[in-house]
Design a protein. Structure first.
Length: 355
């Protein structure tokens, strides 16, 4: 090997070591929630990609090249899974595996087809990667204002800039290679950038930040609120009791102005004192409680669910349906049917089951 090849192998080794350490730290942490094991899966996939995307000098150290290659195919999809689990406080469902399955399948098809027919397949694979990155960057950015966990909120911009932008650039490089326009200097540059991003990722997630990884919404703890903030907490609860949560498009900044405190203090109050990890969850608890009561009321048996959604402050029916099912495990229609049946036969049922 010449000096440049040796340097590339060293840089890829640094990247692999950093990602393996990150994976180990995440998987050993407790509780083992989706944000942890999807993060470990992404780190392993990134290490696999680092090895597989190198030259023959790097691949020579891989005694199990096929499993490593298969894992590397879905790397961007595993990052998408990890980011969704970390930054979104929604339930992890089986459909989160679909992007990884599709990308792995496309990669296998590209491997089976002969060259140059397979080049188009690999271009499709990289376009899918770019689409996933654009989606998760959009989600992370749009939901940043409602994030009440300061450590996680502070992490959103670095994740977008470091991993999101880098993954987009990497996909562009790979498309160039797939079209036969790659340059020899791209491989060492890729190795250097992988090492840098892997070290930054390890630095972000090897720190002790238990607030990033919790099994569920933490229990409310009014005693944790600073005594000087308790009047503000009382004003906040009074506003909620008065129905402020019904306003469509209500933001935490608007609510902070009405409570009379800076926005960062209101975030701390809702997170530490009331136990909510994001503003949408805080507002949604009030809305879903009101929706349950309305749907269970026989007087509303003929009322349209869309009208109820608008009355509760939702801009459209879709977000209401998703929020209601996330909270109860049932659609609004299913909940109302079961609730009304229970009211007709009180001795046969004790009411609709919620989660």
């Amino acid at each position: 090997m010449n000096t440049l090849q040796t340097l590339e192998v060293l840089l890829r080794g640094i990247a692999v070591g950093a990602m393996l350490c990150t994976a180990l730290a995440l998987i050993r942490g407790r509780p083992l929630i989706p944000a942890r094991w999807t993060g470990a899966l992404f780190a392993l996939a990134a290490a696999a990609f680092t090895l597989h995307s190198g030259g023959p000098e790097t691949r020579a150290v891989m005694p199990i090249i096929v499993p490593i290659w298969l894992l590397s195919l879905g790397g961007t999809a595993y990052f998408w899974m990890f980011a969704m689990a970390l930054f979104e406080d929604s339930r992890f469902t089986l459909d989160r595996w679909i992007p990884a399955a599709v990308m792995t399948l496309v990669g296998v098809v590209g491997w089976v087809l002969p060259d140059p027919v397979n080049r188009g397949v690999w271009v499709v694979h990289n376009i899918l990667e770019m689409a996933l990155i654009l989606h998760i960057v959009s989600v992370i950015w749009r939901r940043r204002e409602g994030d009440l966990v300061e450590a996680r909120r502070a992490l959103r911009t670095p994740v977008i800039l470091i991993i999101g932008v880098y993954a987009m650039i990497l996909s562009i490089f790979e498309i160039a290679w797939d079209l036969g326009r790659g340059q020899d200097w791209l491989s060492p540059l890729q190795a250097a950038s992988l090492a840098l991003v892997s070290l930054l990722t390890a630095g972000a997630f090897l720190q002790a930040r238990p607030e990033l990884f919790v099994a569920a919404r933490p229990a409310a703890d009014p005693d944790a609120v600073d005594p000087q903030d308790r009047p503000a907490l009382a004003r906040l609860q009074a506003l909620m009791d008065a129905g402020a949560w019904r306003r469509e498009g209500l933001t935490i900044g608007q609510l902070a102005g009405e409570v009379g405190v800076p926005e960062h203090r209101l975030r701390r109050l809702i997170n530490g004192g009331l136990g909510h990890r994001n503003f949408a969850d805080f507002i949604g608890v009030h809305r879903i409680a009101a929706a349950r009561a309305a749907l269970a009321d026989p007087a509303n048996a003929r009322a349209s669910i869309s009208a109820l959604a608008f009355d509760l402050g939702y801009a459209s029916l879709g977000p209401f349906n998703r929020a209601f099912k996330e909270a109860t495990g049932q659609t609004p229609s299913e909940w109302r049917t079961q609730a009304l049946l229970s009211s007709d036969h009180p001795d046969e049922s004790r009411g609709p089951a919620g989660r």
